[in-house]
Design a protein around this ligand. Sequence first.
Ligand code: MN
Length: 269
Amino acid sequence: MNRRNLIATSTTVLGSALAGGCASAGADKAISGGNAGSAPMPFVLPAITIPVVGSAEVFPVRRIYCIGRNYAAHAREMGSDPTREPPFFFQKPTDAIQYLAPGKMVDHPYPSLTKNYHYEIELVAALKSGGKNIAMADALSHVYGYAIGLDMTRRDLQRGMGEEKKPWEIGKSFDMSAPIGPIHRVRDVGHFTQGGITLSVNGTVKQKANLSFMIWSVAEQISQLSQAFELKAGDIIYSGTPENVGPVVRGDVMLGHIDGLPDISVKVV
Ligand code: MN
């Protein structure tokens, strides 16, 4: 991972140096300003990546977008009227990713501060390209693949902030709040416009719906998001959760399922 960063950095340096007609590091520093390519770093950040099924490659994550209230029944259970309020967006930090290896029960730490920790099972679309103002008809051509994700939520903190008209971050965008299985390429699994989506806790089905119940399809999500943000390769989109979200406590085992993808399994510890 670090090697990849170094290679990217070297390429940038070389490119700037060539463009400037000068190969000295000092000149490059002046050109690139605070975002220096050649300057040594006091530490190296790990790349955030998700394994890709059937490939030696890993998918590098640039941003995590989430769609809120994208299933009518869930919008209603959250206290809003889906006929009057359209879905909306929020983000999680990229390093909130927790990778869930298939065929394994992965330990997920119960987070601090909350007494009402909720699951939200979601289809996740991973983009290989992007743009601004993407037309619906072109939207799916930007999708590289799909995964099963959990939009884990400190519901009490989310609600508390909402009531005070403050940002949601503490309820939605904390460490490890974005568990996700591996990415399956479109060329292997196609696109997901319908199919069952379920979440079970300790063997009991809690959430059960169909992807076709989404208010905004994945194509609409990409189109809508691209009006607000320039989408780019590496962006992933959590597409919203169906109704019957609920709490887990330490010791609970969550099983996430979407028709056409292998299940994810998570133990809260
Ligand atoms: Mn969600």
